[in-house]
Design a protein. Sequence first.
Length: 274
Amino acid sequence: MSRSSSLFVAIAATAATVLGSVIGFTGEAFAGNVRPVQPLGPSDDGVELQDIFDDLYRSGVGVDAIDDQISAALFENTAVGGSVSSFVAEIAGFAGKNKIGLYNKNLTKALLYDGVNDDGDTAFVTFLEGGDLSIITKGFAPKNKPPLVDKLYEKFGNCFGFYIETPEGNTFYSEDWRNPNGDAQVLIYQGENDTVLQLPNRAKGLFTDNEFLIAFEDKVYANSDKDFNDAVISFESILPKKDVPEPGAVVGLLAIGSFGVSQMLKRHKQENKN
């Protein structure tokens, strides 16, 4: 093989390596979860996740506990900068003890529900300028229990996932890879602008595409009944986080590749002179 041919092969190999790294970086490190998770249950409690969805259903297509799972694991706010979450259901041995909230890339937790909540309790979430996060959780009237809780989480950011923290000391995340064995502990369902639902103590309304139902399994998946009915909440005015890498990271990969090619060309010129 001639020197020119060898150089071409080397450059092509370098380019392929860099391109593969970029594709891997954008495709794997930022990919969502693998869905659907199936089968679900049967539940040790006798109430399936599909039963909960069917109780909410009023008209339209409906929500299928298996087929309508989405792969998104992380979310961000919409322009309005505010979201409302409702506590939908809790069918679990840990009922009254599980804590549910949001987490960011640093695994900082922002609490929505502290474990003593009833169906219909509400959390008002505001994504503030500068990255601060405000959460006000209010019990459903007329009980108003637990009392109103108002917390500010500084520099939390606006990219987040959902977590459940159990009395056993486990915390499970909406990103599967953060959980034991990389298993699913959170299932998420997105509205499609065609189904009418009625959440507990709420007027019925359209399940829109910026509204989500989030269902949790509160035991390690491998040792659980896999029913994902241990807690269900709603969350609105958010969007799935797009799988876009940090620009600096891709630029860095391309720069490394360019440097390698330039070194090959320089060495090739020196060899020709000799």
